[in-house]
Design a protein around this ligand. Structure first.
Ligand SMILES: Cc1cc2nc3c(=O)[nH]c(=O)nc-3n(C[C@H](O)[C@H](O)[C@H](O)COP(=O)(O)OP(=O)(O)OC[C@H]3O[C@@H](n4cnc5c(N)ncnc54)[C@H](O)[C@@H]3O)c2cc1C
Length: 436
């Protein structure tokens, strides 16, 4: 610990780690962010759907306008039968969000969101360290010593592992907890994400297309100039650990989807011919829900704790809301016990955090697990379902998307200690911070 102050060591400068840094600044809690990459800012990356309750979190810390300026317009969702391009259903789910909740969906590239978080951090120059790969952690009765690959040691009161799906913090924590049979993330789906210059293709802009029914799901969203896409299909067999694909493997994978229709009149081959291959990435998309989120003075958040495929666009949202809950508990702890809470006191709030967020995230994780298996089915039954049944049972369309609004969005967390009024819609928020 530095100068006797409670100090949080956040590992990972992804969206969750950087949001936590903002939350710590608002709580007047000392923090440091350790990022293994030489740079926090990297403008490439996948398209991230920022859900309305997550946009509310951004608004609370003053980032709504900056995020809105970078968002890609989106109004319709169209499901497409991948064999012939027939549109099987259309809904305006995204457009219902603002009247319901006061905030829209904001899709934007990960790099843009990272930039919004990072550039608006007050203490970014002093508190965010790059080239800082965490390799080990020691805990003691007063705090933690975090060891970096470069030999340096960082001191703090607790460690928050926001270091993503292959979390080193998780590995160290499980070892310290004596959990020898390591739980792990496993991949059953893999795909490519990237963007293509589609100026010359007849693609309707501001429409989120989801091509399915062919054994692969291809989701994409276009502006008049660019189409951003992600594909997912089942792996031949379950894989664990980190997998790096070569350019040739990516080409082979793309070739296997050549005839799949992405949106009316456009095949994946058309798109692939226009893709920026240097920015496209092929990866396994892991799934996993850890049973242990904390031990001693170490706690996990974001993809380090729970990971779904990207099919429902909720991974980051779940991580940010977990971060908000954790920040509330940390702020309360320091406010009530001072700068040097005991390991027992810390354990109590970590247990509370784990319990609350496992209860909230697990149903979302379960539905993501089912959804990816459903949309990657390859059969005429899938077409029949999408064409004749789904339009009647589509929860996104039912009474203007009321089901996700009532059961998910309105329950969004918020930093309880940051005064904020924010936007409201027809459906009231369940959680409020202190009044402004
Ligand atoms: C194609 C695709 C599309 C997606 N779409 C959506 C979407 O629409 N909406 C949504 O909500 N989510 C989406 N997700 C999921 C979302 O990207 C993740 O849930 C989110 O990025 C997790 O954030 P994180 O901060 O927990 O981890 P990460 O984003 O993985 O960040 C972890 C950080 O930790 C650093 N790190 C790792 N190990 C160490 C170490 N040992 N020491 C120091 N630093 C370390 C990494 O370099 C990285 O910067 C998508 C994912 C993919 C792959």
């Amino acid at each position: 610990m530095s100068d006797g102050k409670f100090r949080v060591v956040i590992v990972g400068a992804g969206p969750v780690g950087l949001y936590l840094a903002h939350a710590m600044e608002r709580a007047n809690i000392d923090y440091v962010v350790l990022e293994q990459q030489p740079n926090v800012l990297n403008l490439s990356g996948q398209l991230l759907f920022t859900w309305p309750h997550t946009v509310r979190l951004l608004d609370q810390i003053g980032l709504y306008q900056a995020a809105r300026n970078r968002a890609i317009p989106m109004h319709y969702k169209k499901r497409v039968y991948g064999y012939d391009g027939q549109v099987t259903s259309t809904n305006q789910f995204w457009d219902y969000a603002k009247p319901h909740h006061g905030y829209p969906f904001l899709p934007m590239p990960r790099g843009e969101l990272i930039q919004v978080f990072y550039m608006n951090l007050k203490y970014r120059d002093t508190n965010v360290t790059t080239g800082a790969e965490v390799v080990d952690i020691e805990t003691h009765s007063q705090g933690v010593r975090v060891h970096l690959l470069n030999g340096k040691v960082v001191y703090g009161s607790i460690v928050i592992g926001a270091d993503g799906v292959h979390s080193k913090v998780r590995m160290v924590m499980y070892n310290l907890a004596g959990k020898l049979s390591l739980e792990h993330m496993a991949s059953n789906f893999y795909g490519i994400f990237g963007w293509a210059d589609t100026t010359d293709l007849p693609i309707e802009p501001a429409v989120f297309f989801e091509s399915r029914g062919t054994g692969v799901v291809i989701q994409c969203l276009g502006t008049p100039e660019r189409l951003r896409f992600v594909t997912l299909k089942p792996l031949p067999e379950t894989a664990t650990g980190r997998k790096k694909y070569s350019r040739q493997e990516m080409e082979n994978y793309a070739a296997s989807l050549a005839d799949v229709v992405v949106c009316p009149g456009v095949t994946f081959q058309d798109v692939w011919a226009r893709v920026d291959k240097n920015e496209a990435r092929m990866l396994n998309q892991e799934e996993g829900f850890m049973s242990l989120w904390h031990h001693d003075r170490i706690v996990l958040v974001g993809d380090a704790a729970h990971k779904s495929t990207s099919v429902n666009g909720l991974g980051m949202t779940c991580g940010l809301h977990s971060a908000a809950v954790l920040a509330n508990l940390l702020q309360g702890l320091v406010a009530s016990t001072g700068q040097n809470p005991s390991t027992d006191e810390i354990d109590k709030i970590f247990s509370h955090y784990q319990q609350e967020r496992q209860r909230e995230v697990k149903p979302i994780w379960n539905s993501g697990w089912s959804m990816i298996r459903q949309v990657t089915r390859d059969s005429w039954l899938s077409w029949l379902w999408d064409r004749y049944v789904l339009p009647w049972v589509d929860v996104e369309n039912f009474v203007k998307g009321i089901i996700p609004s009532l059961f998910l969005i309105r329950h969004g967390n918020i930093l309880s200690y940051v005064p904020f009024v924010g936007e409201k819609g027809a459906i009231p928020w369940k959680r409020w911070p202190v009044a402004k």
